[in-house]
Unconditional design. Structure first.
Length: 582
């Protein structure tokens, strides 16, 4: 973000960082606040302000929705894609060092006061705080080391683990300034401790704080003639006619959902300006704010959602047909795990081990690394499963499970050594999100996804034949080995590119194919295009929910798909267990 060179308009401010928000309240300037990040939970009045997301995972549309005239944040706020959008919106932005010693706190007060144009009030507050801190530190220094209380600050308890504050955190700075001793010791960042480790550190006081949360479609089936034809085809058992009708309906539904996504969000962008722009008028029809919200935030998300949803659904169809297993999906052969491992490697070790990669690709090194991880996993899997020019589906299935477990283990090690900022990035990556969508990512991943989607329809007849068994398909004239090669690499390309730009979004590849098979049957000639349309529609709709449920913040989209997909997966498992020998 560009530095502010003159006094900006700070009548409507978004504060990013709990300390920033507390300082603004302490200065008596809280009436300027129109939004805050999810770490700003003190004083209690701040929690009534709109939440624009975690400070390292800001929702740019949520920020723009509250119409700020300025933003003040701690250093390290992001992600970079969100800051780029806010910079384009010409919103004055200043960052304050994230330090927790006495001088850092006093300088932070002065910096916030200077940005708000209340230097005298800030200087008075800074001197008062500096005096109080100096007195507290002097009292602490005069106290014998053995009398200083050992304090354990617990941020959260999840999955049986205690996440405690180590060195370099805000809580550690507060403990030191108050004259206490951090029971975590010299461990940096937020660390997961076992009960044994906690007992070993023998804290005399424990403070606990909950982890802050990061915070209409009509007309598609209103043609009576088409509805009547669908009912007639269903009753007559004509699945082919029904499938063609359903594909037409899904195409209309996809277009309606796409348009609804562009007009739905935290910000109240002008609907009329959207239609004027779609009709071919110039950007003059839209205000600068609407143009950024629609063209730079919502439209890329809708396009990327359609591409990713279609690729995951079609990949699920192909894998289920190839493995003749109703529970197969791209994650089954380790592609998703490999892509995630590539992303985690760059998040945790990027600056140290992959500096040249970041220098070349910048913000887009992470998607590129995820794609390379998925591709490497696929090539290794193919090498293991192929012998004498023939690829064993059973070997590929088992090897995929093993490679996925191995990738998960390595990912777990990297998560263990990650610091707080990296852990938050890993959490959002693992849950999946379209929040970072932009035209550059679409240009990078789109061609790979589109080529994969263009190839798989030519596999439809072969996939129909292979459901009878590989031997039967071979005697029917299907080049089975070539079919498997093309199918695996198409799935690897589509899934790797999707995970690279959206993170781990689960269950789309299971839910969509099963829903469609219940209606149109297993014919891949119709199942593949129908899955592409329904997958894209489902993911766009899930993204709309993610953007609006906790508006102006947003949920990771993987949470929405998991809530729907996990129960559906169990239903499929229980429904078909007799056929699968379970």
């Amino acid at each position: 973000m560009a530095e502010v060179l003159e006094q900006p308009d700070t009548s409507r401010v978004v504060s990013v960082g709990g300390a920033i928000t507390e300082i603004i309240y302490a200065l008596g300037e809280e009436n300027r606040l129109v939004g805050r990040d999810s770490t700003s939970i003190y004083p209690e009045a701040a929690t009534k302000l709109p939440d624009v997301g975690y400070m390292r995972q800001l929702a740019p549309e949520g920020v723009l929705a509250v119409n700020p005239t300025a933003i003040v944040a701690v250093e390290g706020s992001g992600p970079p894609e969100a800051l780029a959008v806010l910079k384009e919106a010409n919103i004055p932005f200043t960052s304050v060092p994230e330090t927790y010693d006495k001088d850092g706190i006093v300088n932070k007060i002065r910096a916030v006061g200077a940005f708000l144009g209340v230097k005298e009030k800030a200087e008075t507050l800074a001197q008062s705080v500096e005096k109080d801190l100096a007195a507290a530190m002097a009292d602490s220094a005069a106290r014998p080391q053995g009398e200083r209380k050992r304090v354990l600050f617990i941020l959260s308890t999840q999955g049986g683990r205690v996440l405690a504050s180590g060195t370099g955190t805000a809580a550690a700075g507060i403990i030191e300034l108050a004259g206490g001793v951090n029971a975590v010791g010299t461990l940096p960042g937020y660390k997961a401790l076992t009960e044994e480790a906690i007992i070993e550190r023998t804290p005399q006081s424990t403070e606990r704080r909950p982890m802050p949360r990061s915070e209409a479609m009509e007309g598609a089936m209103r043609r009576p003639a088409l509805a009547a034809r669908i009912v007639r085809d269903w009753r007559s058992g004509d699945r082919a006619g029904l499938a063609r009708c359903l594909i037409a309906v899904l195409a209309v539904l996809a277009a309606a959902t796409f348009m609804t996504s562009i007009t739905t969000g935290a910000a109240d962008a002008s609907l009329s300006s959207i239609f004027r722009w779609l009709s071919g008028e110039t950007d003059q029809a839209m205000s600068a704010r609407d143009r950024i919200i629609i063209l730079d935030i919502r439209l890329p998300r809708a396009v990327l959602g359609m591409l990713v949803g279609a690729s995951l659904a079609v990949s699920g169809v192909v894998m289920q047909g190839l493995f003749r297993n109703p529970l197969a999906d791209p994650g089954l052969v380790g592609v998703s795990s490999g892509a995630s491992l590539g992303a985690v490697l760059l998040i945790v070790l990027g600056d140290v081990a992959f500096g040249p990669l970041f220098a070349v690709f910048g913000f887009y090194a992470l998607p590129f690394g995820a794609f390379l991880g998925g591709l490497a996993t696929t090539l290794l899997l193919y090498r293991i499963a192929t012998r004498g020019g023939q690829t064993s589906v059973a070997t590929m299935l088992l090897a995929g499970i093993a490679l996925g477990a191995l990738a998960g283990a390595v990912t777990g090690v990297l998560v263990f050594i990650a610091d707080d900022k990296q852990l938050r990035d890993l959490t959002f990556w693992g849950l999946g999100s379209l929040a970072g969508a932009n035209w550059t990512k679409i240009a990078a991943a789109g061609p790979i996804i589109l080529v994969s989607l263009a190839v798989v329809p030519f596999l439809a007849r072969g996939l129909n034949a292979i459901t009878l068994g590989e031997a039967a398909a071979y005697h029917m004239g299907v080049p089975v080995q070539r079919l498997k090669n093309i199918a695996v690499f198409s799935v690897a390309g589509a899934t790797g590119a999707s995970v690279a730009v959206s993170g781990g979004i689960g269950f789309v590849g299971i839910v969509v194919p099963h829903l469609l098979r219940l209606v149109i049957g297993p014919d891949h000639r119709y199942l593949l295009p129908a899955s592409a349309l329904l997958g894209g529609t489902l993911l766009i709709f899930a993204d709309m929910l993610a953007r609006t449920i906790v508006s102006p913040a947003e949920l990771p989209i993987g949470i929405i798909t998991a809530f729907v997909g996990a129960p559906f997966f169990l239903w499929v498992l229980l429904r078909g267990r007799s056929n699968m020998g379970l």
